[in-house]
Design a protein around this ligand. Structure first.
Ligand SMILES: [Zn+2]
Ligand SMILES: [Zn+2]
Length: 307
């Protein structure tokens, strides 16, 4: 079961002819998680073949326009597609007021409920049977959150030879053991899942920093991530300006990736001043080799490392 990450918008602050405003779509098992919601996101979703009907959770990092102004358009397009399922929106303080204000003044004709989760404290902000989403306060010029999607560990590998040796007949009992249940055989003997399963296998982890300067704790937050998607708005030569604006440079992003031991780093939120962003990529690669530059519609698979 693959996770696909689709970069719908990779610009910082203003769109360019090649880059739309920040939005990153994570497709996982028929569900969509959308991190940030830049203007025009719904058209990017059409081009990327995303759905307006599927279970969708939106995670907004902060209340700067480039990250949140796509929500009204997305709500409108979903309504015109007769979406029925609720839309879940997570975000920092202000998100509730913003949605309520636009709802109160724009005639959307909404066909679905919106469930708003305003995040006031960091920690686990969303939990399902299969994954959690964690948030931590980043270091921007307004309150801003970084998010981590963390899958729960999967049960270990099922060793059929062990099951057979213990006299467990192939069939539903195998399934029960795989799901972690203790079973009883007709001869009265009990078999525990750990008798036939290998150690639990770690799930995957994707971290998105949103807009931020490097901050204490970010490398811990991102530790061992399969994918770290990091602000790299301005080049190393503009480090001072980046710090003033609450942004990072490619070298700073690469430093976090190296410290956190992530598998892959993606640079995003690229300033309009870089028509050719390869210079930013080079700066990061000097420190962290496995770095790629986000482009609109770049799609990455995030596979399990152990089967
Ligand atoms: Zn921004
Ligand atoms: Zn910002």
């Amino acid at each position: 079961m693959n996770i696909k990450v689709v970069f719908l918008g990779t610009a910082g602050s203003v769109p360019t002819s090649k880059r739309s405003l920040p939005a990153i779509l994570v497709k996982r098992k028929g569900e969509q998680l959308l991190f940030d919601c830049g203007e025009g996101v719904q058209r990017q979703m059409v081009i990327a073949g995303a759905s307006f009907h599927k279970d969708t959770r939106v995670f907004i990092t902060h209340m700067h326009g480039d990250h949140v102004l796509g929500l009204p358009g997305l709500m409108q397009t979903m309504a015109l597609h007769n979406r029925a399922k609720p839309l879940e929106v997570y975000g920092p303080p202000g998100i509730k007021k913003f949605i309520e204000c636009v709802r109160g003044s724009v005639q959307f004709g909404l066909t679905f409920p919106i469930e708003i989760h305003e995040i006031c404290e960091d920690g686990v902000v969303c939990e399902t049977p299969e994954y959690t989403v964690h948030a931590v306060w980043a270091y921007h010029v307004v309150p801003s959150l970084a998010y981590a999607l963390v899958e729960k560990p999967r049960p270990g590998k099922f060793h059929t030879e062990k099951a057979r040796a213990l006299g467990v007949p192939e069939g539903p009992l195998w399934g029960q053991l795989q799901r972690g249940k203790i079973i009883k055989l007709p001869n009265g003997r009990t078999v525990k899942p750990e008798d036939v399963l290998g150690p639990p296998r770690p799930g995957r982890k994707i971290v998105y920093t949103g807009d931020t300067r490097p901050f204490e704790g970010l490398a811990d937050f991102a530790v061992n991530a399969d994918l770290l998607i990091h602000d790299a708005t301005l080049g190393d030569e503009l480090a001072e300006r980046a710090a003033e604006d609450g942004h990072s440079t490619p070298s700073q992003a690469a430093e976090v990736a190296r410290k956190a031991g992530v598998k892959k780093l993606v640079l995003t939120h690229i300033s309009a001043r870089y028509a050719d962003a390869s210079v930013l990529l080079e700066q990061a690669r000097r420190i962290f080799e496995n770095t790629i530059m986000a482009e609109d519609f770049l799609t990455l698979d995030v596979p399990f490392l152990s089967e």
